[in-house]
Design a protein around this ligand. Structure first.
Ligand code: ADP
Ligand code: MG
Length: 383
C-alpha cells in the first residue's frame, strides 16, 4: 500500500512524498457514555488512512483521492466547507493550522484509505488525524499529539458539520498496539490498558444498514439523560451528570417521575460501571468476563436504551449460539453499523461463513466483515 501510494504520488506530482498513516477505531465497551461524562474504551485498528504529502512553494492545495479518482485544487487562504466533499476532511485541518497562526504553505497530497466509509470505524477522523499529523511535521508546527487531537476534532465540527465527541480523533492519534485507551470523557485523563487476546481475535460484522432514525433518536436520548439528571439534581444538587449518579438515585428520584427516562438512565449508569468492570477483567486476564460484559451492553442498548435494530440484534443472536464466541455487541451510536465479536481465532472462518449465509438469507442484505486488532495511532510510515 505504501509503495503503491508513493509511486502514484510521483506519477502525479513528479517529486517524492513523505507518507503518514492514521487509523480507524473500534470501541470495546462504553457506548453512549461520552456525552454523559463517563468512560469509553477505544483502540485504533490496522485499517487506516494514508496520506502522501509534499509542500509546495505557492499557496495551493492539490489533493487527490485514490478511491474517488478525483483531483481537487483549492486556495490555502479562504478555505470554506463544501457540502459533502471529501476534501473537507483535509481542507478543514489545514484551515485550523492557519487559524492557530501558523504560516503554512500549499501542499500536494494523495489520500488512500482502507477504513470502510460509514461503517462506524471513523474513516473521517482517520483522514483528519493523518493530515493533522502530516502538516504538523511538514511545516514544523511542533504541536503535541493532544493538541492535534483537538485540532482534528475542530476540523470535523467546522468543515464536516458533525458535532462529534473527542473519542474518534483521540483513538486515531493516541493509540498503542495491543492496548486499549480508557478515556475519561469528563477530565480527558487517559490510561493505556494492555489488551492481549491470546487465542482469540476480533471480527466486525457490518449490517450494511443505516436507519434514518439515528440522528433524531440520538438527540432524544441526550435529552432523556439530561432530564434524569435534572430530577436527581433537584434533590441532590451536587449531581451534575449521570457519571455521578447511581442506581439508588435513579430509583428514588427518576423512576417515580417517568419509567422510560428511568430505563434510559439505567442503561447509562450501568454502562459506565461496565467500562470499569471491563478494565478490571482485562487487568486480571479474564477475557471471558469482558465477553459477558459485551453481551450485557448489547442487551442494555437493545432493550433499555433502544438504539439497536433488527439487523444488529439478529447478528448478535446468530453468533451467541456458535462455538468459540465469547462476546458480541452492537458498536457505535446505533440503528445500523457493525457488531463487534470476540471469537476464538481458529473458529473465525467457520463463524463468518455461517453468519454470512444466515444473515443474507434473513435480510437480503450482503454481510461484510472486517478482522481487526488493536493497532498503533498516527505516525510517519515511509521510513
Ligand atoms: P465515518 O463513520 O466512516 O467516519 P463519515 O460520514 O463521518 O463516516 O465520513 C465519511 C466521509 O469521509 C466520506 O463521505 C468521504 O467524504 C470521506 N472519506 C472517507 N474515506 C475516504 C477515502 N478513502 N477517500 C476519500 N474520502 C474519504
Ligand atoms: Mg465520521
Amino acid at each position: 500500500m505504501i509503495t503503491a501510494l508513493q509511486q502514484q504520488f510521483v506519477d502525479l506530482f513528479h517529486t517524492a512524498p513523505k507518507v503518514y498513516r492514521s487509523p480507524g477505531r473500534i470501541n470495546i465497551i462504553g457506548e453512549h457514555t461520552d456525552y454523559n461524562q463517563g468512560f469509553v474504551l477505544p483502540a485504533a485498528i490496522e485499517q487506516a488512512a494514508y496520506v502522501a504529502i509534499s509542500p509546495r512553494e505557492d499557496n495551493e492545495l492539490h489533493l487527490y483521492a485514490v478511491s474517488m479518482q478525483e483531483m481537487v485544487v483549492l486556495q490555502l487562504h479562504g478555505l470554506v466547507p463544501k457540502a459533502g466533499a471529501w476534501s473537507n476532511y483535509i481542507a478543514g485541518v489545514a484551515e485550523q493550522f492557519i487559524r492557530m497562526g501558523f504560516t503554512i504553505k500549499g501542499f500536494n497530497l494523495v489520500l488512500h484509505s482502507d477504513v470502510p466509509i460509514g461503517a462506524g470505524l471513523s474513516s473521517s477522523a482517520a483522514i483528519e488525524c493523518a493530515v493533522a499529523f502530516a502538516l504538523n511535521e511538514c511545516f514544523d508546527c511542533a504541536l503535541d499529539r493532544l493538541q492535534l487531537v483537538h485540532l482534528a476534532q475542530k476540523a470535523e465540527h467546522e468543515f464536516a458539520g458533525v458535532q462529534c465527541g473527542i473519542m474518534d480523533q483521540f483513538a486515531s492519534m493516541m493509540s498503542r498496539r495491543n492496548h486499549l485507551i480508557k478515556l475519561d470523557c469528563r477530565s480527558l485523563e487517559y490510561e493505556y490498558i494492555p489488551f492481549q487476546l491470546g487465542s482469540h481475535t476480533m471480527v466486525l460484522f457490518d449490517t450494511n444498514v443505516k436507519h434514518s432514525l439515528a440522528s433524531t433518536a440520538y438527540n432524544n436520548r441526550r435529552q432523556q439523560c439530561e432530564q434524569g439528571v435534572q430530577w436527581i439534581a433537584a434533590q441532590l444538587p451536587h449531581i451534575q451528570t449521570l457519571r455521578d449518579a447511581d442506581m439508588g438515585m435513579l430509583e428514588q428520584f427518576v423512576l417515580p417521575k417517568d419509567l422510560l427516562v428511568y430505563r434510559r438512565c439505567t442503561y447509562v449508569v450501568k454502562e459506565i460501571q461496565r467500562v470499569e468492570a471491563a478494565c478490571k477483567a482485562l487487568k486480571a486476564g479474564d477475557l471471558n468476563k469482558l465477553g459477558e460484559l459485551m453481551y450485557e451492553t448489547h442487551a442494555g442498548l437493545s432493550c433499555d436504551y433502544e438504539v439497536s435494530c433488527t439487523e444488529l440484534d439478529l447478528l448478535v443472536d446468530l453468533v451467541k449460539a456458535r462455538p468459540g464466541v465469547i462476546g458480541a455487541r452492537m458498536m457505535g451510536g446505533g440503528f445500523g453499523g457493525c457488531t463487534l465479536n470476540l471469537v476464538e481465532a481458529d473458529r473465525v472462518d467457520e463463524l463468518i461463513n455461517s453468519v454470512q449465509i444466515s444473515y443474507e438469507r434473513a435480510t437480503n442484505l450482503p454481510l461484510n466483515y472486517y478482522l481487526v486488532s488493536a493497532a498503533d495511532g498516527s505516525g510517519r510510515v515511509d521510513h
